[in-house]
Design a protein around this ligand. Structure first.
Ligand code: PMV
Length: 317
């Protein structure tokens, strides 16, 4: 029986994607730049089966909402439910739908697995253009390291000069978020008066971020990333009615980190997505001080991640 296994890393954007200028083709209003991370991944297995129809499980459980999205995604491939049997098992090693990029790794893994299973009907560019239709940010999980997704819908690997960079993730809530990112960004584009300022600023942020990469300037890179994440949450709060992904705990943690940084305790920068969890960008030399500080202040244990050098790739079962 035919089978295909693929793994894909999660990715966390340091310059955030928020808003589609073309909903059908999933083209973003602004460029985004991410790091693929080794901490969590999705492992997806496709297996042929004798009886026609699709069976989908997520972490070995039936999941109607995800199955619907998978079925929609399969329309990009020559899958005929009436004639062909297909079992898809997907495993997320991190929490699902809590702003920890599980949909990015999930769709990158699914897209590559389907493409290989059906003998590569798509070139890499074609694969990238359908992957983002599953989830926009999933396109960046096709590559490892530092990845830019531009406003023409293409992805590029950027040289990442910091071998010692670590991303710490503080999970403040692992329940699914109330407003999904698709819905949240649409609402922001339509109702936030400052949305166009956000787009303008994030183009400038992407440029400055790439300059910081070339200059190997971590301080600059961290500051731009933190400001960009805070601007994302500010534009969400400007929507009518406002969207608040961060909770009181997230805001207290961000404030604490910023103060400790100002006092020179460590050089750590915050980034947050469509959920309350806070990710802490820093370098090896500051990990011990950061963990101690989090511990002393009663924060949950930080999960530390390196950069994943490989994007979505075929694997053994
Ligand atoms: O790919 P989506 O539709 O889940 O949107 C991702 C949005 C953010 O995580 C907030 C930002 C990003 O660029 O990943």
């Amino acid at each position: 029986m035919k089978q295909m296994c693929v793994k894909a890393p999660i990715n966390i954007a340091l310059i955030k994607y928020w808003g589609k200028k073309d909903e059908l083709n999933v083209l973003p209003y602004n460029p985004s730049i991410s790091l693929s991370l080794s901490l969590y991944e999705t492992h997806t297995v496709l297996e042929q089966c004798a009886s026609p129809g699709l069976t989908f499980t997520l972490n070995d459980l039936a999941d109607a909402k995800s199955e619907k999205k998978v079925r929609e995604f399969l329309t990009f491939f020559p899958f005929d439910e009436t004639k062909e049997g297909l079992i898809i098992r997907s495993y997320n090693s991190g929490p699902t739908a809590a702003g920890l990029a599980s949909s990015a790794s999930a769709f990158a893994a699914l897209a590559l697995a389907c493409n290989l299973y059906y003998d590569e009907p798509y070139s890499f560019e074609g694969l990238a253009s359908i992957t983002k239709k599953g989830s926009g940010s999933a396109i960046r999980s096709l590559l490892g390291g530092c990845v830019e997704w531009d406003t023409d819908g293409r992805i590029h690997a950027l040289d990442w000069p910091f071998e010692d960079v670590v991303m710490g993730i503080v999970v403040l809530a692992s329940q699914p978020k109330k407003t999904g990112s698709t819905e949240g960004m649409k609402h922001t584009v339509q109702t936030a008066p400052s949305y166009h300022d956000w787009v303008k600023q994030s183009h400038q942020d992407a440029k400055a971020f790439k300059r910081a990469l070339q200059d190997k300037d971590f301080t600059q890179l961290g500051s731009i990333s933190e400001a960009n994440a805070l601007a994302l949450h500010a534009v969400c709060a400007d929507a009518k009615p406002p969207i608040h992904y961060l909770n009181e705990q997230s805001n207290a943690l961000i404030k604490g980190i910023q103060e400790a940084r100002k006092e020179g305790l460590f050089e750590v920068y915050c980034t947050m997505d469509a959920g309350p969890n806070v990710k802490l960008l820093h370098r090896d030399k500051d990990t011990t001080r950061l963990t101690q500080w989090l511990n002393e202040h009663g924060w949950p244990e930080v999960r530390l991640s390196r950069i994943a050098t490989k994007g979505a790739h075929r694997c053994e079962r």
